[in-house]
Design a protein around this ligand. Sequence first.
Ligand SMILES: [Zn+2]
Length: 461
Amino acid sequence: MLIPLVLCALAAPPALSTTAGAEKVRDRALSGGSVAVEVLQSLTSEIGGRPVGSPAMTRAKDWAVKKLTALGFQNVHVEDFTKKDAWLRGPEAASMTAPYGLPLSFSGLGKSAPTPPGGIEADVAVFRSLEELKAAAPGSLAGRIALVNQPMTRTQSGEGYGSAVAVRGAGPSLAAARGAVAFLTRSIATGPGRAPHTGATHYDDDVPRIPAAALGVADADLVMRLAAQGPVRVSLSMSSTLIENAPAWNVVGEVPCRANPKAGTIVIGGHLDSWDPGQGAVDDGAGVAITIAAAKLLAEGPPLKRNVRVVLFGSEETGGSGEAYALAHAAEVPQLVLAAESDSGAGPLYRLALPKGVAADPALFGLATALAPLRIFITDDVAEHGGSDMEGLMDAGVPIVEFDADASRYFDIHHSADDTFDKVERADLEQSVAGWAVLLSFLANSALDLRPHVDAVASKP
Ligand SMILES: [Zn+2]
């Protein structure tokens, strides 16, 4: 075991310090030397939106194999799993029918039940928040469509999403429990745009599964204003297909430590699936492009002391790919050094959270210096979430980091038809690649063991 590690070190060209090496890949990314823009343009243009279970997702899987291979990744392969109840949107339409006729900008929520044949038409009951809906009496919404028009707060961290998205998840069953025949939410979005924002919902077992959809922000506001003056009536028609057992895939490529393939492995990646209305550019074509590009920059430098593995997850939006990956790699967990997903947009990055106490480790001396010109700081907060697809590995004890992008504008377009390639700023994407490449450069060229720090977190009271 030791000999190949020594060979790895011997194979390296004359010593660049770790910081200098990291600064080199950083500056290469910043000067346009990364493939991120090309990868993102290719994915969003050639494949487009790619929900799990769709023909587009099959093409995305083939695209990923071809792209990783063409970029020189090693051990490129596909790991199959089965996605239960893959949901695909069918034709849908909504309009206001009183006080006057108006087509509405709306989008069925992922996993929504369809409307009965012929659709649903009913008066709308408007609530300003989920709290107000919860306060409605049982039976008070009988025969009506509930609309919750709760705005989302814009923040750099994206934390406004948490309370807003609860409307999308919990709203349909809360409304059904009070007798509603359908549920509408204001789009979970920060922007004023008219395009609706979709996303997954879920149903409680003990209430009817009523159709659920998002209205564009402008239309939700309009319905609320009109409802304050008198009855508003809405007609909805929604269809969808549930594929009970859909084939799904995680696609993998590696930059191996050639002298010692059994060296520890760093797992990074993004999710290849996306919602259907847009092109899945910021969510999460960006994460796919950023992690591929960062790993490739490292592959172009001196040999690594650890393997870097890029995993493109195949079902994040409605779940399943992270669980499948953790299950398939349970025996490998002791060799996994780190798990981190890029799934907070196309940048710029601004904050890195590490496991407790890690920032002070001598192996990371220079990390803060290399990140500072990118306007990325290392927070004292401990990393708690390495991305949805890394939860299974995290639960198994694999250390995580949180690399957060500025989410101030992310929720203006996320999950909507406006999530398209043209919204991505080249400089922000390249800054993100630079940030990831710096972090990888430190971790893939050291023997730093993050696990003791994870244990320190786990044993916290
Ligand atoms: Zn995502």
